[in-house]
Design a protein. Structure first.
Lengths: 533, 166
């Protein structure tokens, strides 16, 4: 693939005159901190009774925070010069960050509640950086329309500068040139270029699916704190009622039992409803769309988020399902793209599909990682692995129960040793879940008894691997292989497999010709973008 | 082109090793930590009411064990740290308790940094940090002499660039 050499065909340089963020931005940025201060202030005011004094103090404090925010706003500017997004910020020390448009991997638009109230949006730009914080830019906040236009501008310029992206769907330069008003070029946001082809809908989640996702997934854990707080506030009521109205001992026992059941039912109902509501609020109207070489995702009810990931940047796909979801035939999918910085909360480089029927998995995999096996036959692990996991599961139970028996000087505690039985059952399940597979194009690893993970990576994207073995593993001929892809923090493990097998896998991964071609293609693409911009 | 001997790349059976001085770079922080911890425990013992040497026994034991480990473990670490450069990858083996085998293909290497902290400067060794696009796949060679570090760096980067021409 060569860059176009005809000067007339080269797209005009991306230009956006340097400007400040929306004037209402400091209000939006200090809203989160302000809310916490407000909550504390309200509690303290109610508690101490000096309402007026504390109230005015709190207001003065808030005014100071917003004032400092405005100074920061005044000193923050951004613009696009010569195909490079430049951001200048800092009150005391000036900080300039420059990102070539060609390096932009992902552009998110986020709207928290405060932003929607003010008609603003946050733009988060993630680049192909190595995970350092200086590789991301957060523009908090622009006006809603400006944010959408800027996002289209950032993405369209990247597409034009990279002709190797998708041969079929790159728009011709004439089509995508913005309005030819050269006199005011750069002063306004140019109108977005028309999309190359109609986007294809990949996934759309209905409210019913989101409710199921909430009730079966991690939202249950997230709302536990809320439910605990509700119980803390109101939980004493039933026991007080029983204590004050029961006249006989029997009445008290029956009353307590009945009330106990009622309370349990109510608490569980609140828990389930809260989880469902949390899921719907977070992922409302979840839509995943393929637009040429990109995936667009939009979701959210109160806080809205839009993300864009270039398909060729997808490094790995992680499929997770807990025991309940497996029974219902559902999974969650996380699409990981090469970018790994932490300033944007780590969200920018991962695209998550919160719930998906397992039948749709093949379609998604063929889209983001063509050639990935949808239902691979996984190689299991030797007996030694099962013994090892049984030992690892049973030992903590024995140690804890033994220590408790010694501390409490009570032999009855030893009945806790019965806990070894479920531990061994779990260990067997975990052993059966461990598996891996290497095809010509992909490597798959699976692990997890209750929370099952399956990671699918193209062999071409494997950056390197580590083989590690503890003395216990060495004794029985086992080892753990950790496979790294770009932007990954922890790598994908292939745990406790036979050493010889892992040596073969490692050799196959490293000797793969596809890896070499992928790296060459990536570097050539980056070099071409540098030349074009 | 200046005169230099054939590049030493090492092989699996005859790997390259770290500079022996790295052992002291590892020992010194260990010794200091052992002495500090023993000192704290001794101070706690001094505050206790018991008479004689009894309160100082834990501190003594900790001190002896700590110093012993700080002297011995770095030797083991240095003995186990090996590396060699093949035409395809750079291979590194290290680890006393958990043994780690790391391989990085040359064409995946993004950049190689030479790092030298004050303690390393005192003993005249540097640390080579090999970076790829993934933090997990990175590797490091602590305790090489500067000449050897430059040699390895040149070797790997040459091969990394050669690949682009293929």
């Amino acid at each position: 693939m060569t860059t176009p050499s005809d000067p007339a065909a080269l797209p005009p340089q991306a230009e956006l005159s340097t400007r400040r963020l929306h004037p209402a931005s400091p209000v939006a940025t200090s809203a989160a901190a302000g809310r916490q201060v407000l909550i504390i202030a309200v509690f303290v005011m109610i508690g101490s009774g000096h309402a007026l004094l504390l109230g005015s103090l709190a207001l003065a404090f808030a005014a100071v925070i917003v004032g400092i925010g405005y100074i920061g706003w005044y000193r923050f500017s951004y613009g696009i010069v010569d195909g490079v997004l430049r951001v200048d910020q800092g009150i005391l020390t000036r900080n300039r960050r420059e990102v070539p448009l060609s390096r932009i991997q992902q552009v998110d638009v986020e709207r928290r509640l405060i932003h929607r109230m003010l008609g603003l949006a946050v733009i988060k730009v993630d680049t192909a950086g190595r995970g350092g914080d200086d590789a991301e830019i957060v523009l908090n906040a622009l006006g809603g329309d400006d944010a959408a236009a800027l996002r289209m501008l950032l993405l369209s310029r990247r597409r034009e500068a990279d002709p190797t992206l998708m041969p079929g769907s790159v728009p011709s330069p004439e089509q995508s040139r913005p309005a030819p008003d050269r006199s005011s070029a750069g002063a306004q946001f140019p109108p977005p270029p028309p999309p190359a082809a109609t986007p294809d809908l990949v996934v759309h989640l209905t409210t019913r699916q989101l409710v199921i996702a909430g009730v079966t997934g991690r939202h249950l854990g997230a709302v536990l704190v809320f439910v605990g707080a509700v119980y803390g506030f109101l939980g004493y009521l039933p026991t007080r009622t029983v204590n004050s109205t029961a006249e006989t001992t029997w009445g008290w026992i029956i009353g307590s039992a009945v009330l106990g059941v009622v309370v349990a039912v109510v608490v569980v109902a609140i828990w389930v409803v809260a989880a469902a509501v949390a899921s719907v609020v977070q992922d409302h109207d979840y839509t995943l769309v393929r637009d040429g070489p990109d995936l667009h995702m939009g979701r959210g009810l109160l806080q809205q988020r839009e993300a864009t990931v270039a398909l060729h940047r997808v490094q790995a796909v992680r499929i997770t399902a807990n025991a309940l979801r497996r029974r219902l035939g559902l999974v969650a999918v996380q699409i990981q793209s090469g970018g790994g910085g932490s300033q944007a909360g780590g969200q920018v480089s991962k695209l998550t599909i919160p719930i998906l029927p397992i039948g749709d998995l093949e379609r998604i995999l063929s889209l983001v990682s063509p050639g990935a096996p949808a239902d691979p036959v996984l190689t299991g692990n030797p007996r030694a692995t099962r013994t090892r996991w049984r030992f690892r599961a049973a030992t903590p139970v024995v140690v804890v129960v033994g220590a408790a028996a010694v501390i409490a000087m009570n032999a009855v505690v030893l009945f806790g040793l019965l806990g070894v039985v479920p531990a061994l059952i779990w260990a067997d399940r975990y052993y059966r879940s461990l598996g891996h597979s290497v095809t010509a194009t992909h490597v798959v690893s699976r692990w997890g008894a209750v929370f099952r993970h399956t990671a699918v990576m193209p062999v071409a994207k494997v950056q390197g691997c580590h083989l590690a073995a503890s003395p216990f593993q060495r004794r029985v001929g086992l080892a753990t292989l950790r496979i790294a892809v770009a932007g990954d923090r922890t790598g994908v493990p292939v745990s406790d497999a036979a050493v010889e097998r892992l040596e073969t896998v490692r050799h196959d991964l490293l000797a793969s010709r596809a890896s070499r071609l992928d790296e060459q293609a990536t570097r050539r693409r980056l070099a071409a973008q540098h030349d074009a911009s | 082109m200046e005169e230099r001997g054939p590049d030493r790349t090492g092989t699996e059976t005859d790997p390259l090793r770290l500079s022996p001085r790295v052992v002291w770079v590892w020992r010194i922080p260990g010794l200091m930590a052992a002495l500090v911890v023993a000192g704290i425990v001794a101070a706690m013992g001094a505050g206790a009411d018991a008479a004689g040497f009894a309160p100082f026994v834990p501190a003594l034991i900790l001190g002896v064990v700590g110093i012993g480990l700080s002297l011995v473990v770095p030797t083991w670490m240095e003995r186990r740290w090996r590396y060699w450069v093949t035409p395809e990858n750079i291979e590194i083996r290290h680890g006393v308790w958990t043994r780690v085998e790391a391989s990085i293909p040359h064409f995946r290497v993004q950049h190689i940094d030479v790092h030298q902290g004050p303690l390393q400067r005192a003993f005249g060794v540097v640390e080579l940090r090999i970076s790829t696009a993934s933090v997990t796949a990175d590797a490091k060679l602590p305790g090489l002499t500067r000449n050897r570090a430059e040699e390895v760096r040149r070797l790997v980067l040459e091969r990394a660039q050669d690949d682009d021409a293929v």
